[in-house]
Design a protein around this ligand. Sequence first.
Ligand code: ADP
Ligand code: ZN
Ligand code: ZN
Length: 739
Amino acid sequence: MSNQYAQVILDITHASLDHTFTYRIPEGMQLDVGSMVIVPFGASNRELSAYVIGLTNTCSYDESKVKSILSKDSSAFNAQGQLVELAAWMHRQYGATMIQALKTVMPVKKKVAQPKKRVISTDLTNEELLDILESCKHKKQHARVRLLEALVTDIEIPYEVACDKLHLTMASMRPMVEKGWITISEERVYRNPLKIAQTLTVPRIALNEWQEEIYSKIVTAYDQQDFTPCLIHGVTGSGKTEIYMELIAHVVDYGRQAIVLIPEIALTYQTVMRFYKRFGKQVSFINSRLSPGERYDQFLKAKEGKINIMIGPRSALFTPFANLGLIIIDEEHEGAYKSEITPRYHAKEVAIKRASQNNALVVLGSATPSIDTYYQTQIGNFKLFPLKHRAKKDSVLPSVEVVDMRNELTSGNRTMFSRSLHEKILKRLEKKEQIILFLNRRGYNHFISCRSCGEAIKCPHCDVTLTVHQDKKLHCHYCGHSEPMPKLCPSCGSPYIAGFGSGTEKVEEQLYKVFPGIKVLRMDMDTTTGKEGHEKIIRAFANKEADVLLGTQMVVKGHDFSNVTLVGALAADVSLFSSDYKAAERTFQLLTQAAGRAGRDYLPGEMVIQTYAPENYSIDTASRQDYEEFYEKEVIYRKMMGYPPVLSMVMIQLSSENHKSLEEVSQKVANKVKELMVTGLWVLGPSEPPIARIKDVFYKRIYLKHQDKEVLTEQIYKIDEYLKRIPEGRKIFVQYDYL
Ligand code: ADP
Ligand code: ZN
Ligand code: ZN
């Protein structure tokens, strides 16, 4: 007997409606968990869209009051049942509403009508195609040759192009269709974001002995159904990607699918091409630049079993594969794997959960693993596979020099470039080799302050100083507010106001001054706003259109430039002065990754780290690229301070436009949690975040720490309930963030 009732979640972002409602399933309607339906809601029977999250035969309510589902939502891209289960898990795990969790696991919610145009494509392999092309040339069948040549470079050709540009006719194409060479389809066309040639599967690279050892250990465990997550800790260029590809091939051979997560910034055409060259049409990718239609098509192909490998940023985790076998997370230490919006999930945790639903394996890779991941290998939760050598012969790790900027100042050098860096830059200019220079943070404050009263000019809506840009206006990086540069200090009226510090723009100016004729490409948030801005700069630099690529940390992430032999960190310690406990970890990772950008191929590379804190352990160990030593020191600090991964920690962020009630409620919440007297629970705060006001909304934070994450989750439930009970609680917005 089929199910008679459906439990649904309404597609409305409203906390008070975020629970399940039961509806009757009309006779003959086929539903699955994950289907979208239209239901009547409330006294007026407003028609709302809803997600089915459960199906039952019995109903725990008064059956006579249960309303019936009106219809299936035909415009929806229904989710897989297991993704709904995953959403339920995320809802509990991250203190998000169910609707927020459902929206997260469904990056594609609506069908996007597929264009129906006539296209010509071929199912032949590239070799077959080339053979046929040869024989047609031989027979002087020019029309056929034109079409086949076009198909060698394009995956599909619009019918009009074949007629208008290649001068073929239906009559001349029909025999080719009959021979099975080409297909003319008027069916649905998948929008293909990868506008490249036919399957050019290239022969694979044989793994070296170190790669082979890791590969066979992982595969052996996988074949024995041991799905313990694995970490490949391999220096840049050690050949991790080649191991991933072998693992994927193994999984796909057994009829299963793989998801490859890559940080968005490293998700370039080149990376995708590497996979495409190996696996051909089985590969697809998503990124934030795809249109909704392109995204929809990639997910549809996955659902219909037309592809086996999906590459993408964290949202690719939710690809609706039927038989997922492997999830790879490359550069697993990257901050981008943590969502910035509720639910603030970490891709690694969700990957492990999704893998466990499928008996799939998670493989993580990095040259600088996150402390958390490495810790898991040390306490036996993950397996560790070190890979210490670069894969290409002759490719060596760069040499690193740490320059103490305090000495520069005492020797009278007041520029941003130490004498050593200066000299090395000159050498590169002479040899026409390229240079990467970076500041650890954007805007390394470029603010305006008053020399008379000392006040910095702040955004009228946010608790941050405004930044001067090249347009000579003051900008707020948080809310986008901008205003002309004032002539007088807004606080005291003094005319003596001036800029402080230096951002990338300032460095650029100095470079032109100190090295006349130098060509600089600057890459930061201001120069990369356009859709392709970022790629354009990268391409120009790769084409050697400039001597220097200058920017924030984004310049050292994931790109390979074979002609770069010098990398300079202009102010390496800046990232240490951040209030968060991961400051040293980030500094170490950034400097080590940056060093990896120098001398990728056969040119030996050098790195210069300029710092005011050369003795700091993150800078010192990074300069020697000694991950293990850094880890040992960092873990001692985390143990001492009770920070993750030793303890779990959650940040409860309360916000309101009303400052007074925010203060009262956050104090009450903190007291409430303390009153519960949970053993081993630390309660810190309420405290002011570094930026206590953004867009006229005020913020407070409370931190909770405990050995057991579950205990933290329980507290969050209690806080949610408490806030619903007290009248002021409704005006407060709460977010949870597991740090
Ligand atoms: P990672 O992912 O660790 O940075 P890659 O897999 O990108 O390393 O490999 C770095 C370079 O070395 C690439 O150009 C790759 O083609 C090459 N490479 C990797 N493994 C081998 C191998 N076994 N033999 C020869 N070259 C290899
Ligand atoms: Zn002043
Ligand atoms: Zn602002």
